[in-house]
Design a protein around this ligand. Structure first.
Ligand code: GLA
Length: 391
């Protein structure tokens, strides 16, 4: 859908006015490799998608904020002096949480706005639809207020909105990728320091295929928090061997071998092993991509999934089946789950000549084995958050 059509939907919802609305867009993200690393201070390699959330916003004179969406049924209306007083449990908590964080950072929302969100990311699929709503709101409102739009700060305040107001204890990766993506590039992000680099993601005749398991991500928040706690336990225990350790991902695989006996609980040891090896796989992936060695990158993707399944235990039957079926297609170089896990999406690197076969056969076999209908998106890497022109 183009910008004009989305603006038309805005006008239908909020009526015509002499004040021209402005339009902003933030993508979803896919993580290529580096899963459950961001809160362990290591490297991740996400990329922005070509689809995301478009926000149309127009100032109002009366200090009222109105929220509506083309794809989410709930609507809301609040006064600017009521921002943050009530949490609804609906999607509007994301933009409201961002407004709370903006105010705390010296950018209070003192005017009313009509805000219309057009989302193209399937919700709950692990492609960061919530981060894209947060980031487009932060970027849009700073723009409307005539402020600087520092995309690293916008990522941080969006994460804070999710942690503090929405109440989900996520890391920085999703908001960072959505805010700082670049067309045809992956983002190599060091999650401890937030130093980052855009790595060309040129896959030639290979395509990224995202597969949505359409499995509802039950218990994801509690399991996610449990993994975080296990990582904290591992860190505390490893500190008894290396007192200056700040994050698990600071250890190299060989250091881990040397110290791991201190982790007497096998589950905790497995969690730490995943983190340390996955972090090393991210750096190896960047080398492989830089050398145009897609076979090697595919191999690392496969190892990543297997580790998330066996050591970190955040996969599920549906993800494993889709990955298994994906790997049976001859043109698949690698396939893995992406995002937090427990449902959501897989990502595969597939030769363009085999994409059609991939979608058909993986889809059919997945459905036969799970009873669920998968969905597939063949997609390129898009831009991070931006303002769209008025044409
Ligand atoms: C979710 C979180 C991220 C990250 C991933 C796992 O997407 O929001 O911060 O931890 O899971 O890599």
């Amino acid at each position: 859908m183009d910008t004009q059509q989305i603006k038309q939907m805005f006008i239908q919802k909020f009526s015509e006015s002499t004040v021209e609305p402005r339009v902003f867009h933030a993508p979803g993200r896919v993580n290529l490799i580096g899963e459950h690393i961001d809160y362990n201070g290591g490297y991740v390699l996400p990329a922005a998608l070509e689809f995301g959330t478009t926000l149309v916003v127009r100032e109002r004179e009366d200090g009222i904020l109105r929220f509506a969406s083309s794809n989410l049924p709930e609507e809301a209306e609040i006064k600017v002096d009521e921002i943050g007083l009530n949490k609804t449990g609906e999607w509007t908590d994301y933009p409201v949480g961002v407004m709370v964080e903006l105010a705390q950072r010296g950018y209070p929302i003192s005017k009313g706005y009509d805000l219309f969100y057009h989302g193209e990311i399937p919700n709950g699929a692990g492609l960061s639809s919530s981060a894209s709503i947060e980031v487009v709101t932060g970027y849009g409102l700073l723009s409307m207020g005539g402020y600087d739009r520092d995309t690293v700060q916008i990522a941080l305040l969006s994460q804070a909105a999710e942690n503090n107001f929405v109440g989900v204890n996520c890391g920085i990766m999703d908001q960072f990728a959505v805010a700082n993506g670049k067309k045809d590039h992956a983002i190599l992000l060091m999650c401890d320091t937030l130093e980052y680099e855009h790595v060309p993601f040129q896959t030639g005749s290979y395509k990224l295929v995202i597969g949505n398991t359409n499995k509802r991500r039950g218990l994801v928040d509690s399991k996610y928090n449990e993994r975080r706690e296990q990582c904290t336990t591992a860190l505390e225990q490893l500190k008894t061997r290396k007192s200056d350790l700040n994050y698990l991902a600071e250890l190299t695989p060989s250091q881990f071998e040397e110290f791991k006996s201190v982790l007497t609980d096998k589950t905790v040891q497995n969690r730490a092993q995943h983190v340390i090896e996955e972090n090393a796989r991210v750096l190896a992936s960047v080398q492989a991509l830089t050398a145009n060695d897609l076979q090697e990158f595919g191999r690392l993707m496969n190892l990543s999934h297997d580790s998330l399944r066996d050591l970190y235990e955040v996969s599920c039957e549906e993800l494993d089946i889709m990955v298994e079926e994906a790997r049976k297609i001859p043109g698949t170089l690698g396939a893995r789950m992406t995002g937090a896990g427990f449902g959501g999406c897989t990502v595969s690197l597939v030769h363009e000549d085999d994409v059609e076969r991939f979608v058909k056969e993986v889809g059919d076999n997945y459905q036969a084995r799970t009873g669920l209908q998968g969905e597939f998106y063949v997609c390129g890497v898009g831009e991070g958050v931006e303002e769209l022109g008025t044409n």
